[in-house]
Write a protein that binds this ligand. Structure first.
Ligand code: SOE
Length: 403
């Protein structure tokens, strides 16, 4: 007998759309014992939550998130607001006894991330953070290969998440303001690759050094009351951005456009991380290379169905990089629930697969691939914070001092 899980989503925008697809499709592709119900979507007046609800099949719309999270019908609160609202909404949900799923980065600041982890621990309630790239079958295969010892002892990890949407024509948005976002490309993109590489390798970052942060575009046009999602501009915003009058107001950008840093791991390995929003030609190049004593793995989300593997245990004469198309239903997670071998899956499937694992865990079952909770995301946030401190100090920072 399938039991309903009434979801209240707080926030709209790009992640509101991807999460609406996840909750709306999960019970079509998978058969968990819980059925996700798109109960209520909360937004701000100017975002017109009722129009969003009509378009994305939410049963109700509200501008009063504080009341909605207390609604006894709600079983899970899903936070997709700009970063500065993650902590207030998540803590209210936990205080109301609701399970809580939150977009990444878990918070704009380390202090808020720590508060959320402590609140979750105190409440003893399930929490989740939408580091959805763990569920790309290729990434899940990398996790399995590393944990099965196939590539041996890890010596190097190099990860980068490069995009190129944030050129001078992009108007001011919450993502460019420290008080609203916490950081720029760093919290938005390095958060993903720090989570993904921690998840795959099982290693712990012990020190950050050689960190640099840079803001290339220091002022951006303010187009109106809605600072918007930044990367999903309305046609009117785009039109204005291209032809706006010189009298337009400009806002100071107070976050990074790019952050790079070096780490040491607890097994003695070293790693490099790089996030950038103006890496021309890189549209959503989220990737890693992990070098071990018996082999290596490479991944680039722009070819998200492929994991590239180098087996150093083969005779040297026939060693080489193998491109594995991770669509074999019997071997790769989730794909059997979507399409036959070779039919490929996309960005939205990571969210649908994550919604499935959340429903499994809420029903006391083991998720297909481990799910990050607020505590796990807090550990990722510690690495992000250490990088910002290292960039500020221009020196190495031990994670011991970042709590
Ligand atoms: C913008 O950089 C963004 O939407 C990220 O916030 C998402 O987490 C990523 O999946 C796609 O790009």
């Amino acid at each position: 007998m399938t039991k309903n899980l009434n979801v209240a989503m707080v926030g709209q925008g790009f992640m509101g759309r991807s999460h609406s697809v996840a909750w709306g499709q999960v019970n079509r592709y998978f058969a968990p014992s819980r059925k996700a119900v798109l109960h209520t979507v909360c937004g701000q007046e100017f975002e017109n939550p009722q129009a969003f609800a009509n378009r994305w099949d939410w049963n109700h719309a509200s501008t009063d998130w504080e009341n909605v999270v207390k609604n006894p019908e709600i079983g899970l609160v899903d936070v997709v607001t700009p970063n500065f609202m993650h902590a207030p909404v998540a803590k209210a949900a936990l205080a109301a006894g609701k399970a809580c799923a939150c977009e990444k980065p878990v918070a704009g600041t380390l202090a808020e991330a720590r508060e959320m982890a402590e609140a979750a621990q105190k409440a003893g309630i399930d929490t989740f953070v939408w580091f959805c790239y763990r569920r790309a079958p290729a990434v899940a295969l990398a996790y399995k290969l590393v944990h099965d010892g196939v590539i041996g002892e890890i010596r190097h990890i190099r990860a980068s998440y490069l995009q190129d949407w944030a050129d001078e024509s992009v108007p001011f948005a919450w993502r460019f303001k420290k008080e609203l976002a916490g950081s720029g490309a760093h919290g938005d993109l390095n958060a993903h690759i720090v989570d993904m590489t921690r998840f795959i390798s099982g290693l712990t970052v012990t020190e950050v050094s050689g960190a640099v942060a840079e803001t290339f575009v220091k002022k951006r046009k303010i187009l109106g009351p809605d600072s918007g999602g930044g990367i999903q501009m309305t046609d009117e915003q785009l039109r204005y951005a291209k032809t706006g009058s010189e009298s337009v107001q400009y806002g100071d950008v107070t976050v990074d456009d790019a952050v790079a840093f070096i780490v040491r791991y607890d097994n003695g390995a070293i790693g490099t991380y790089e996030a950038a929003r103006q890496a021309t030609g890189n549209l959503n190049a989220n990737g890693f290379e992990i070098n071990g004593t018996k082999g290596s793995l490479k991944f680039n989300f722009e070819k998200m169905n492929v994991l590239t593997y180098y087996d150093a245990t083969r005779p040297r004469a026939v060693q080489g990089w193998t491109e594995i198309l991770c669509t074999h239903g019997g071997d790769h997670p989730y794909v059997a629930n979507y399409w036959p071998d070779g039919h490929l899956i996309g960005y939205e499937h990571g969210f649908i697969s994550m919604a499935y694992d959340i429903l499994l865990q809420l029903d006391g079952q083991t998720p297909t691939v481990p799910l990050p909770d607020f505590e796990d995301a807090y550990q990722t946030q510690r690495v992000l914070e250490a990088a910002l401190v290292a960039a500020e100090r221009k020196s190495a920072v031990s994670l011991d001092e970042i709590r």
